[in-house]
Design a protein around this ligand. Structure first.
Ligand SMILES: [Zn+2]
Length: 264
């Protein structure tokens, strides 16, 4: 059956410097134009949850665009382009890297993924990460729906070392900080580095999340909200993206495609 799954797409950076996790602004613009021309509707987190639960009311071609980490290039490059095409996306921010600063982005210097993370771990983090002011602006515009990526981006370590109390503090701290700063309910969580385990899922639900996002490929129905699958774009072009969306809109086609892809 076609259109029984909602594809979720994963981005990190939209910027002019090349790195594996980056999409050039021109390419991003082509992707948004193609989505628009082909009639794909982009969703907010709430709409994603609503449409995944109410299939009959769902437009056939809908897609959830997501951005991980909260890099400032999302504000500088992705935000104006989404606005231009009247599109929406979810941005997963890790709150320990978000500061109360008023930064001018006129002379913004984009950095490749690893260099951006290195700087994010220093006092200069606001040069590469969105500030609270920017998150509030983007969330308030309804272009970006800001949701949670935890606090410290260290949740994989907590799970590997079975420090579940720390995990709980991190997941609930990220949620409450965003709720307080953005005056809204936060129920979407993207696992940092895509790492999670069974206990982690239980804790995430316990602290109030309803939709948990992985970095694995696959189809999405109401049955896998605890393990939402995503398609990483990794710099690929509009033609590639538009070719994949119809596949990931179907549970059966996704299954066949992934079986062929992995040679199973
Ligand atoms: Zn991340």
């Amino acid at each position: 059956m076609l259109y029984d799954s909602i594809p979720v797409v994963m981005y990190h950076h939209v910027s002019t410097v090349g790195s594996e996790l980056n999409v050039h602004p021109q390419v991003f613009e082509e992707q948004l134009r193609a989505l628009s021309v082909k009639g794909w509707k982009t969703l907010s987190g709430d709409e994603f949850l609503f449409f995944i639960e109410h299939r009959k009311e769902r437009p056939k071609k809908c897609v959830l665009l997501t951005f991980d980490d909260g890099f400032a290039d999302n504000y500088v490059y992705a935000y104006p382009l989404l606005k231009k095409f009247h599109m929406k996306a979810v941005l997963f921010a890790a709150v320990d890297f978000v500061e109360d600063r008023d930064i001018k982005r006129d002379s913004f210097v984009p950095l490749p993924h690893n260099d951006a993370w290195k700087l994010a771990l220093t006092e200069r983090r606001s040069e590469v990460m969105c500030t609270w002011k920017e998150l509030r602006e983007m969330d308030g515009s309804r272009v970006f729906d800001v949701q949670s990526h935890g606090m410290s981006h260290r949740t994989p370590e907590y799970m590997k070392r079975r420090k579940y109390e720390e995990l709980k503090r991190d997941l609930s701290g990220g949620k409450s900080a965003l709720e307080e700063r953005l005056s809204k309910k936060i129920v979407h969580l993207a696992w940092p580095q895509g790492h999670y385990d069974g206990e982690g899922i239980e804790i995430a639900y316990e602290v109030g999340y309803k939709a948990l996002y992985t970095t694995e490929r696959g189809a999405n129905t109401v049955d896998n909200l605890s393990m939402i699958k995503r398609l990483p774009v990794k710099g690929r072009n509009a033609k590639w993206l538009l070719g994949k969306l119809p596949i990931y809109s179907s549970v059966l086609l996704t299954r066949i495609y992934l079986a062929l892809r992995t040679g199973r």
